[in-house]
Design a protein. Structure first.
Length: 580
């Protein structure tokens, strides 16, 4: 029996808490470590394995089929190897194993295997694929069936897009332009790249494209590339043949199931790079190879991909192949965040109100003035999805009348209560929403002790001509002059102040920092909104300055979509020299 020290016992107990199976052997192939997860997968007790040779515990293995013994022999690791086997309890188990040599200097003294149990996930994915195959088969057999508004019966919606362009509600010019582009592109089979933050309606736009296309009677299938491990993703996309890996059978992948229709791949940057190379071949040649197969299959599938981070950033970080980026970026649709289309907020609120009144059988009339004002100011990090969820959550707590702040989700309530400055310059009562439905009684940031030609709102002195975000008219005059300032190189000499530091200093950084460091109560309060705004505007103007005022190039340098930069420039009152 192996005797462990207190430190080793601590380590073994720690390994028993992880979900992955851990199996380690010495140079002779005798098991030293075998945690609970490994025993659960194999249907064995730990004491039946530890201290025994691998082949005596697993008699179905041989020295040339045991990955642990192979690594002991070669000294070379085996990574992400799929394996399917029937354990001692007769349960079929699907794992992905990584086996590594244990080295002392350059000498192999053992081997370690880490097994991730994908049994449940694989079962679910196979069930989904089977259901999709059945639905697609029914759709193709019923190609002559009656349709409603050009779409098949809802019983077949499992392989059919639901949304149309008429359901994309907006008054925003940028989103209208994206809709127009999408409607034009729907006529062809070219790849489309949709970029937008989480919750901006990427899949809604993609489904509308499919339903406006000549392929609308054919399957529409969608896959989130971040939802599955790489070991399953390849088989799900391209299909498998019997014997391609242990336990594999003949199965169509999503590309074959979507043949003639549209395949939507969300979060494409999460797809492993080696699979991105296979996807590139599909786009270029219209051919696929099932995993483990040598037979080439021709397909006709329109591929639409989506990303929730700027594609150029993903290419720069190495999560998206550059060659694939150029191939999918044929038609580009950038969906604006909700904070950039505030004019749509009343329209969307009315839509969601009617939707949930109908679903819940309620008679809620609308939103009170305080809620409407708060919704206009709230930044909506989750975009339209967050707004719909907020309305649904509120309507679970009312049955009629108006929706008030007290039934809103907690993060929105807290933003309204403490996200704006009150009378004393700290978060206070007058900084909350007042009688007018805006901040405080004055309808803006709570007004208090003003003197002379200035008035102090929310702890920040406001002068005639100041902007609503708190930055002064003097700042804007100075910021505008930055356009004509000659660029100077960044100095590594510590005796020379960098240009950006000089600019911040000119906007009062020294006094801001001194006030921030002072712990004592005082009349003066740190004016963070102005300093944050100053820094952002310095960066925006500098980015434009470097590229001669070209918005498109400046956006690329800043790693943001052009439309987002245009919105920020508009908010800041900065006029670029050129849009393209």
């Amino acid at each position: 029996m192996t005797v462990f020290s207190a430190g080793e016992e601590w380590l073994l107990n720690l390994l028993d808490t992880v979900d992955e199976g851990i199996h380690a052997v010495d140079m002779e192939g005798v098991t030293l470590v075998y945690n609970r997860a490994a025993g659960r997968m194999d249907g064995l007790k730990q004491e039946d394995v530890i201290g025994k040779h691998v082949l005596s515990v697993f008699p179905s293995l041989r020295s040339d089929s045991s990955t642990l013994l192979q690594v002991l022999e070669t000294g070379t690791g085996i990574t992400n190897k799929p394996q399917t086997y029937t354990n001692y309890l007769g349960v079929k188990v699907h794992t992905v194993n990584t086996t590594l040599p244990i080295l002392s200097g350059s000498t192999v003294i053992g081997a370690l295997e880490i097994a991730k149990d994908l049994t449940q996930l694989k079962m679910l994915s196979e069930q989904v694929l089977s259901l999709q195959a059945q639905v697609v088969g029914k759709r193709r057999k019923s190609s002559n069936a009656k349709t409603v508004d050009g779409l098949h019966d809802s019983a077949l919606d499992g392989a059919q897009a639901l949304y149309q362009f008429s359901q994309i509600l907006t008054h925003d010019e940028q989103l209208k332009d994206m809709k127009n582009r999408a409607e034009m592109a729907a006529r062809t089979a070219s790849p489309i790249l949709v970029y937008g933050e989480t919750g901006t309606g990427k899949e809604l736009m993609v489904q509308a494209i499919h339903n406006a296309s000549p392929r609308r009677q054919q399957p529409f299938l969608a896959l989130n590339c971040a939802a599955l491990p790489a070991s399953l993703l390849e088989g799900i996309l391209f299909g498998t043949v019997r014997g391609s890996f242990t336990g594999a059978g003949d199965r169509e992948g999503l590309f074959e199931l979507a043949n003639g229709g549209t395949l939507f791949l969300d979060e494409i940057q999460s797809m492993p790079l080696e699979l991105q190379a296979k996807l590139l071949r599909v786009l270029q040649e219209g051919e696929i190879l099932r995993v483990g197969d040598t037979r080439v299959r021709r397909i006709s599938v329109r591929v639409i991909v989506a990303m929730n981070q700027p594609p150029e950033t993903a290419v720069r970080k190495g999560t998206l192949r550059q060659d694939l980026y150029y191939r999918i970026n044929v038609v580009r649709l950038d969906l604006p965040p909700l904070r950039a289309r505030q004019g749509d907020i009343p329209l969307l609120l009315q839509h969601f109100l009617e939707k949930w009144n109908g679903r819940f059988g309620l008679q809620v009339e609308g939103f009170d003035d305080q809620v409407l004002a708060l919704f206009q100011e709230y930044p909506w990090p989750g975009n339209v999805r967050e707004m719909e969820n907020a309305v649904e959550a509120a309507m679970n707590l009312v049955s009629s009348g108006l929706i008030t702040r007290k039934v809103l989700p907690v993060q929105i309530r807290e933003y309204g209560e403490s996200g704006k400055y009150g009378e004393s310059g700290k978060y206070g009562e007058s900084g909350k929403y007042g009688e007018s439905g805006k901040y405080g009684e004055s309808g803006k940031y709570g007004e208090y002790r003003g003197a002379g030609g200035a008035r102090e709102q929310g702890g920040v002195t406001r002068n005639q001509g100041d902007r609503p975000d708190g930055t002064s008219a003097d700042f804007w005059a100075t910021a505008s002059s930055l356009r004509n300032m000659p660029l100077r190189p960044y100095h590594t000499d510590t005796t020379t102040m960098p240009e950006w530091a000089e600019l911040l200093q000119s906007f009062g950084m020294d006094s801001f920092w001194d006030t921030l460091r002072t712990d004592a109560e005082s009349e003066a309060q740190p004016d963070f909104p102005t300093m944050a705004g100053a820094f952002e505007r310095i960066v925006l103007i500098q980015a434009l300055n470097v590229v001669g005022g070209n918005v498109k190039r400046a956006a690329a340098r800043l790693g943001m979509p052009r439309q987002t930069l245009q919105y920020r420039l508009k908010q800041a009152g900065i006029s670029p020299h050129s849009e393209n």
